[in-house]
Design a protein around this ligand. Structure first.
Ligand code: NAP
Length: 287
């Protein structure tokens, strides 16, 4: 019998000790019956990246994820860049396509796979979304929402940052609003979806929320928080009590990994089992 291929996958970034990727990909390998490893490559210096990319190009490695601070650094080192990675301006997954390195970004896909089943259960009168924050994660979310036909208002405390994001994305149906707009109840009415893509509310500042205390969100708003630690942020807790449909970002994290795994191996990833093992690793409980 032909020996089974051993998959050599890994993650480059720094620091990496709290990354959830190893548990996600090792679960995916085990559950799909593949053998192999998912190694961490904590690179202190960016000049160590080309050597690893050579290993991927030569077939010594089969796939790499990229995380902070190298998601932008690797862009010019790719042979090809997918439209998603190009638009988002960051690569989180590298595939070896017959000796050519293809830089992709699976965050946008991960977000959409997670949120779309929830949106499907709602009667959405207008595909209009508020996205809070104008950093890397907001870029992926905005890219995907616009691709899916949504009109997006980007809400940022530094309007200049939001304007840059809007200009460089070069997408239709985008506008910006200042953070102070969140203080007005009437501001929310035209929107069906609110996405928090800021770290406000994240551990260890879980007592904070991007939405002012005195605001009770209109109940027709679906609320998505990219944060998953705590599992239920102040934003989600309050919105849930208020009657809004809510979801945290754990599914996005799992689905971006699942998509990367499928791109490398051509196998469907076991998302439920991956999520369960990730929650266990982080000591989080589903609510
Ligand atoms: P980032 O690039 O640093 O961007 C953060 C954005 O939030 C910036 O626009 C920043 O504005 C804004 N912000 C930070 N503190 C704020 C505050 N107190 N008030 C208003 N705006 C504030 O970070 P990122 O990579 O986009 O990540 C954002 C969040 O998403 C993090 O919590 C991260 O853990 C989460 N995330 C989750 C997933 C997932 O799979 N679930 C994936 C990626 C990221 P300034 O530039 O003015 O500070």
């Amino acid at each position: 019998m032909k020996p089974q291929k051993a998959w050599r996958l890994g993650l480059i970034g720094y620091p990496l000790e709290h990354s959830g990727s190893p548990v996600l990909h090792r679960t995916a390998l085990a559950q799909t019956g593949l053998t192999g490893t998912y190694r961490l490559y904590p690179l202190v210096e960016k000049n160590m990246i080309p050597q690893l990319l050579d290993q991927l190009r030569s077939g010594e490695l089969d796939g790499l994820n990229v995380t902070i601070p190298y998601k932008q650094t690797v862009l010019p080192l790719m042979d090809q860049i997918t439209p998603a990675a190009q638009a988002i301006g960051a690569v989180n997954t590298i595939i070896n396509n017959s000796g050519l390195l293809v830089g992709d970004n699976t965050d946008a896909d991960g977000f959409w796979k997670d949120i779309s089943p929830l949106l499907d259960t709602k009667e959405i009168s207008a595909k209009t979304a508020l996205v809070l924050g104008a950093g890397g994660a907001a870029r992926a979310v905005v890219y995907e929402l616009v691709k899916q036909g949504w009109q997006v208002t980007l809400v940022a405390r530094r309007l200049a940052q939001a304007e840059v994001l809007l200009e460089t994305l070069e997408l239709p149906n985008l506008k910006t609003a200042h953070w102070d707009s969140l203080k007005k109840l009437s501001f929310y009415n035209p929107y069906s979806l609110l996405v928090n893509a800021t770290p406000v509310g994240m551990f260890p500042h879980q007592e904070t929320s991007p939405i002012p205390d005195e605001i009770n969100l209109p109940t027709h708003l679906t609320v998505y928080d990219l944060i998953y630690n705590p599992y239920e942020t102040m934003l989600l807790k309050k919105a849930k009590l208020n009657g809004n449909a809510v979801l945290n970002g754990i599914g996005m994290l799992v689905n971006q990994a699942a998509q990367a795994f499928s791109l490398w191996t051509d196998k469907d990833a076991p998302v439920d089992k991956m999520k369960r093992n990730l929650l266990r690793k982080y000591g989080l409980k589903e609510k």
